[in-house]
Design a protein around this ligand. Structure first.
Ligand code: RIB
Length: 333
């Protein structure tokens, strides 16, 4: 007996397209509809009545795909999603992808087979071509792809400018940046914000930038590398708080006092920043609100056919703590 995959393969389209043709849900080019219908007839494919009814019915579940559930940023983000989901009668199916495109494509297929009513995708590997065939509502979180896909992210570029300016204001003369993975949009935007402020300084060199991969241990090593090449660094902007924690440990190992020898600021505003010694200054993202707003956007799309796609950019905030409070230097927070 032919399956939906046989039809998709023979018609050279995705399973999602065949599903959309069968269920008359979402746009499919008329030529494609005709091609798929011909193949369905040729193969004598009989869609399962359960599948057809399920696809048209609401299962009141949504899929959430995250790149790294070990990073405290993402559980906080998920809390905002989960709280509104609970209030609105939805169940959340959490998928962790380790930022791996194969896993993300697999998760989307599995979520389709579970007939979730929509997906929130907080990832950086999938491109528009990977998700445009997905027939249900999708909201991107922490990044944007195209205006056609709704998204919620925060002011990464502006926040990086704030962090770098803050280090200049407290008197830093040689500021380094520990950046996140080069293919992650938020890391790129924060690097651009840092470069916008100090890229034209006569003391700037690319040796003042090291990749910390958004994690503690790589950031520890990145800090060691920075001081191997630039012993006179006196300020560091880490592109997220986990890297700032790794950096802090390396500075301690190097015998550098914080903030007197080296001032340090992170990005995210996770709770860890309040338990390190010294407590870490950071650029706080509205993490919970980002998740909550993304879930609200998805519910609007799932529960009403015609909803205007929107790309929301939420504000970030400079939080000054001991890691940048130098004696005798006072700045506005
Ligand atoms: O700490 C994880 C980082 O990945 C956060 O800064 C968040 O913006 C995501 O891009």
């Amino acid at each position: 007996m032919s399956t939906i995959r046989d039809v998709a393969k023979s018609a050279q389209v995705s399973v999602a397209t065949v599903s959309r043709v069968i269920n008359k849900s979402g746009y499919v080019h008329p030529d494609t509809v005709k091609k798929v219908m011909n193949v369905i007839e040729e193969l004598n494919y009989k869609p399962s009545s359960i599948a057809v009814s399920l696809n048209n019915k609401k299962t009141k579940t949504i899929g959430l795909i995250l790149p790294d559930i070990r990073n405290p940023f993402f559980p906080e983000l998920s809390k905002g999603i989960e709280d509104l989901a609970k209030e609105s009668g939805y169940t959340v199916i959490l998928c962790n992808s380790d930022g791996n495109i194969e896993d993300e494509l697999k998760h989307i297929k599995i979520l389709e087979q579970k007939y979730v009513d929509g997906i929130i995708l907080a990832s950086n590997t999938l491109e528009y071509s990977h998700i445009q065939e997905y027939s249900k509502p999708i909201v991107l979180l922490d990044r944007t792809i195209k205006e056609q896909v709704s998204s919620v992210s925060s002011q990464n570029f502006l926040g990086a400018q704030l962090a770098t300016k803050h280090l200049l204001e407290i008197g830093c003369k040689r500021i380094a940046h520990i950046c996140g993975p080069k293919d992650v949009m938020t890391a790129k935007q924060r690097l651009e914000g840092y470069m916008d402020i100090i890229g034209n300084e006569d003391w700037f060199s690319n040796q003042l930038i090291e990749n910390g991969d958004y994690n503690i241990k790589p950031a520890y090593q990145a800090t060691m590398n920075l001081f191997d090449k630039n012993p006179d660094i006196d300020g560091i902007f880490a592109g997220n708080d986990l890297m700032a924690v790794g950096c802090l440990k390396a500075l301690h190992k190097l015998g550098k006092s914080v903030p007197e020898d080296v001032a340090l600021i992170g990005f995210d505003g996770i709770d860890f920043t309040e338990i390190t010694i010294p407590e870490l200054s950071t650029i706080a993202q509205p993490i919970y609100e980002m998740g909550y707003v993304a879930m609200k956007m998805l519910i609007d799309q799932m529960e009403s056919e015609q909803v205007q796609k929107e790309n929301k950019l939420l504000d970030v905030k400079l939080v000054v703590r001991d890691s940048t409070k130098r004696k005798g230097v006072f700045t506005d927070e």
